[in-house]
Design a binder for this molecule. Structure first.
Ligand code: ANZ
Ligand code: ZN
Length: 843
């Protein structure tokens, strides 16, 4: 009798996979491809449970699709440039490269010990010249297409990291990495013109049905498309025009002031020589330092100063005062707005604070507003009133007519605004890709010639904790000859944001040693799109937007044919302990190495997969770990005990399996066979379509119980009592169990497969097919109500989950018509009833 001993089993099978090169793609001629990708880690030094969860989920799918006969690409690499390496280097007086390489070795060994099925021949690391050379090459291509440009901009600056932060990297006004409040600075910066793709980035989203709705909504909001109208307000007694952007031109008759951003280009000119000049200047100066995220924060106190000037409403001819206000952002729209306090919350608050009149011009559908007693602005749509010839119109119609008339009069025009800003990629740090530009006094910014790439990051720099770019202090690096005229020139010393590295790495995996191009287009074509991408929700905006942008750029450079790189996206939840995300600073960490030492990689994997559905947060629970540990041991004991008695039964599954005849079988055998095939069916569905990995494991546990019932094994004396009539069904169940277990607990699966006398690798075996005659899928009818009224009946598999039923309800024509504004709540009685509560109550 062999005790389950993962410490002995696991390294043995890892070696077997490696020597068989079991997970290298391209071995199956003619097979369909499957590109399974997980977000590559930053090599901080140690894997954490978040990594383990992310990679275990991806690994299940990669192994599953491999067994189903697909040609699977499942690579891994290192996002190895970035600030922590530089900070660690300063702290421990070590070179970032040395620190990074050591971390990579350690973490690679950790990944191996988890048994992940990677195509290691594809490994890349972004800090290596062979990789970042292609960042530089792509930068030059983008520069040629005016997709990379330099401009003096107000930038978000982290005073602690001493570097620029992209808008995406400012979270609630603070640096996303160290949480220090961000400041504003004027700097010459390099930008990628992502705004050129704003419309495409937005328009693709509805069709990206393989992405979670939540992520698509986040991206949609980030891109922030607004349709409206620009209007020209003439400044009284001056030729100046203040252009405003409005999405509610229908409210123009309620405009009681104009507000402009403190750093609007016109501010100085407007107040020149007026008594208000000094105060306006003081106010503008104070606001200059405030980051735009803070300016837009809803709760921020509305403040401003009057300029002493009036503007003329181009539609009504009315004169209104011009204010400089802190809630107007220079970078959005035109940097100025026509304020309508009765119908906009910020305008309302401002008007109340400064005693500016409030004029009601829209009535809600429910009936007229009492203008004298208005206590909150009415921001919805409705019917115009007190709006001259436009009174009595519904909002969309008023909008249309006023825009048309403004266009005819030459004082306005329809306009579309995006919140998305160009991507600032300059970093004043060392550990990143040097931007391949040389500044020549005569020729300006000149890109480095392709044959001179890569611009190598010099190894001999002095890294200081405070201030300045280390490259700028390196004379040998800075001094360069102009590629155009040959005269002495100065090399650019900014390095690229590391999000550039990760914006296209998934193409490089496909052709990682190519030294003539970033990758071969034909090879990329054969693998794209990525069939499944697994990663944290924290990357829903930043990384995933950049990755999409880069794919569109690569397409327009003629390198690939499609713009959208990812077909299906899975954003896994966090791993928590005591209710909050595991983090070093909170001290609530479970170390994967320790888990592997204590329980083995398989149990660690099983727990992270079993304890919660992939998208949900997973609370760590030692009892739960014990539970899956017990399950692993029980399955092992079953196989170990019965294997000798099953030796005479021919193989059932796998490429050499002969299957089983359709009986007649004794009742116990028949029941077990039905359970076996139902389990195969369920797990296949769970993994393939739904990615319900937790319920798949639950089904394996049930199968194990069923085998125990049919063929008991005592804890004390391990003797198999399986007789000849039952043996084939038991072999079938144990073989199926081993193969089904393989994506989840691959070492244990190999061990059991081999104990059953099979000499192939389970990992490369054929996934078992269910005998449909044995799979009775019980169907039940579910009544679907919307706001309490019956709107349809759905036929679904018994035991379907709430989300499955909701999904089916959404797809049902009859029900769909009643879902209106969106689902706010559901009540589910399994196998019987789903009640959907919808907002706005159209029912
Ligand atoms: C008049 C108005 C009346 C507005 C009304 C709203 C309601 P979104 O939808 O986010 O694009 N706005 C325009 N430029 C701005 C700037 N630079 N900084 C801050 N706010 C600005 O918002 C567009 C609306 O935000 C515009 O429509 C404008 O206010 C304001 F009843 O114009 B509105
Ligand atoms: Zn020159």
């Amino acid at each position: 009798m062999a005790e389950y001993n993962p410490a002995e089993i696991e390294p043995r099978w890892q070696e077997a996979w490696e020597s068989a090169r079991a997970f290298e793609p391209g071995r199956l001629a003619g097979a369909r491809k499957f590109y399974c990708l997980e977000m590559l880690p930053y090599p901080s030094g140690r894997l954490h449970m978040g990594h383990v969860r992310n990679y275990s989920i991806g690994d299940v799918v990669a192994r599953f699709q491999t067994m189903r006969g697909l040609d699977v690409m499942h690579p891994m690499g290192w996002d190895s440039f970035g600030l922590p390496a530089e900070n660690a280097a300063i702290k421990h007086s070590r070179h970032p490269a040395e620190w990074t390489n050591e971390n990579i070795s350690h973490m690679r060994a950790q990944l191996r010990s988890m048994g992940y099925a990677y195509a290691w021949s594809r490994e890349i690391a972004s800090h290596l010249p062979e990789y970042y050379r292609w960042n530089q090459w792509l930068f030059v291509r983008m520069y040629e297409k005016d997709l990379a440009y330099r401009s003096r901009r107000k930038v978000n600056w982290c005073p602690k990291c001493l570097t620029v932060l992209a808008n995406e990297q400012v979270e609630q006004g603070a640096c996303w990495r160290c949480e220090t409040p961000a400041e504003q600075r004027d700097l010459d910066q390099w930008f990628f013109r992502i705004t050129r793709y704003a419309a495409e980035l937005l328009d693709d989203l509805p069709g990206m049905t393989g992405w979670p709705e939540r992520v698509r909504t986040m991206q949609e909001n980030w891109i922030g498309r607004s349709e409206g109208c620009d209007l020209d307000f003439r400044v009284e007694g001056s030729g100046a025009i203040i252009k405003v952007f409005t999405t509610r031109v229908d409210t123009i008759h309620g405009c009681t002031f104009v507000a402009i951003a403190p750093d609007h280009a016109l501010v100085t000119e407007l107040v020149r020589g007026l008594p208000e000049e000094a105060e306006v200047a003081r106010f503008a100066e104070g606001e200059r330092k405030v980051p735009s995220a803070e300016k837009l924060r809803a709760g921020r106190e509305k403040r401003g100063v009057f300029t002493g000037r009036q503007a003329i409403n181009p539609i009504t001819g009315t004169k209104v005062p011009i204010w400089v206000a802190n809630f107007v952002v220079a970078e959005y729209g035109t940097g100025a707005l026509e304020a309508v306090p009765a119908h906009d919350a910020r305008d309302y608050e401002f008007a109340r604070a400064y005693g500016i009149p409030i004029r009601v011009v829209v009535d809600p559908p429910e009936g007229p507003l009492d203008a004298a007693a208005l206590e909150t602005p009415y921001t919805g749509e409705g019917t115009t009133r007190d709006s001259g010839a436009y009174s009595g119109l519904k909002t969309p119609e008023a909008r249309r007519r006023i825009t048309r008339d403004a266009e005819r009069a030459g004082v306005g025009r329809g306009a579309i605004q995006f919140k998305l800003r160009d991507w600032g990629i300059s970093r004043q740090r060392y550990w990143g890709t040097p931007i391949p530009i040389i500044h020549c006094p005569a020729c300006g910014a000149v890109p480095v010639a392709d044959e001179d790439l890569p611009v190598l990051l010099p190894a001999d720099v002095r890294l200081q904790a405070e201030g300045g770019s280390p490259l700028a202090a390196h004379r040998g690096f800075v001094e360069a000859a102009c590629p155009k005229c040959g005269e002495p020139a100065r090399r650019e010393t900014d390095t690229m944001d590391t999000f550039v590295d990760s914006a296209w790495y998934f193409y490089r995996y496909l052709d990682p040693r190519n030294d003539g191009a970033p990758f071969d287009s034909k090879v990329a074509e054969s693998w794209f799109p990525i069939d499944l991408y697994v990663g944290g929700i924290t990357h829903a905006i930043l990384h995933l937007m950049y990755a999409r942008f880069f794919s569109m750029v690569l397409r327009d450079l003629g390198l690939v044919s499609r713009g959208e790189p990812v077909k299906r996206l899975l954003t896994q939840g966090m791993v928590t302990l005591g209710g909050s995300a595991m983090s070093k600073s909170k001290g609530n960490i479970v170390d994967p190495d320790e888990m592997v030492r204590k329980h083995g990689a398989d149990v660690t994997r099983l727990f992270t997969l079993f304890a919660a559905p992939p998208e949900k947060d997973l609370e760590w629970n030692d009892l739960g770990v014990e539970g899956v540990d017990r399950f692993a041991r029980r399955f092992h004991r079953l196989v170990d005990a019965h294997a000798p008695a099953l030796a005479r039964v021919p193989p059932v599954f796998g490429r050499e399996g002969a299957g089983l005849a359709n009986g007649p079988w004794p009742a116990v055998a028949s029941a077990l066979r039905r359970k076996t095939h139902a389990t195969i069916f369920k797990i296949t569905e769970d993994v393939d379509r739904r990615l319900h990995l937790n319920t798949a494991i639950a089904a394996l546990m049930e199968l194990t119980n069923a085998i125990y019932l049919a063929a008991p094994v005592s804890d004390l004396e391990v003797v198999s009592r399986v007789d000849a009539a039952l043996a084939p069904a038991v072999r079938e169940a144990l073989e199926a169990g081993s193969l089904l277990l393989s994506p989840f607990a691959p070492h244990l699966a190999e061990e059991c497969w081999s104990m059953l006398g099979r000499s192939t690798l389970a990992a490369r075996e054929a996934w078992p097919e269910p005998d449909t005659a044995l799979v009775e899928t019980e169907e039940v009818t579910i009544v679907v109500q919307v706001n309490g009224k019956v709107r349809g009946r759905l036929s679904v598999a018994a035991g379907a989950s709430e989300s499955e039923v909701l999904e089916a309800a959404r797809a049902d024509e009859k029900v769909k018509a009643h879902l209106g504004a969106g689902v706010s709540r559901t009540v589910y009685v399994p196998d019987k009833l789903l009640n959907v509560v919808v907002q706005g109550g159209r029912g």
